[in-house]
Write a protein that binds this ligand. Structure first.
Ligand SMILES: [Zn+2]
Ligand SMILES: [Zn+2]
Length: 143
């Protein structure tokens, strides 16, 4: 149906995105079909980006680009994003705002086409959100 060559490029970028996500976020979990809170964050992020295009200057070619829930609407290429990934911002939960000791917070990624939206979650929110993605609507409270 789509005879548009741009579609091919986007598809290639998506395939590439999957590989990079699996590599960079090997210790986190990857959400492919977001629901609930994750879906809402993804929607908010896309809306913020479309309302005010921001990011580094390397987003022209079809390649995976990265965003963070703590900086809604801004996109970076992997090279520009990676230093941010290592900063202390990744210890603050994007869902409840709690700061976790280093190494305890889980990093999850939502793939939206060629965009990888990176989320930092405390262990509790990670469990809740993970359950939400698996279709269990009421997993609050018990560990
Ligand atoms: Zn860049
Ligand atoms: Zn949390």
């Amino acid at each position: 149906m789509s005879a548009n060559p741009i579609d091919d490029q986007i598809e290639a970028a998506v395939a590439h995105t999957g590989r990079i996500a699996a590599h960079v976020f090997a210790s986190g979990s990857k959400v492919d079909d977001p629901r609930g809170w994750v879906q809402q964050v993804a929607d908010d992020f896309a809306a913020a980006y479309l309302a005010d295009l921001r990011g580094c200057g390397h987003l022209e070619s079809p390649q995976p680009v990265f965003g963070a829930a703590s900086q809604m609407g801004a996109l970076w290429c992997l090279r520009c994003f990676y230093p941010r990934f290592r900063e202390a911002m990744w210890s603050t939960c994007d869902r409840c705002g709690r700061t976790s000791p280093e190494g305890e917070a889980a990093v999850s990624a939502v793939t939206m086409g060629a965009v990888i939206l990176v989320l930092c979650l405390c262990p509790q929110c990670q469990a809740t959100v993970t359950a939400e993605q698996q279709g269990g609507p009421r997993e609050e409270g018990r560990g």
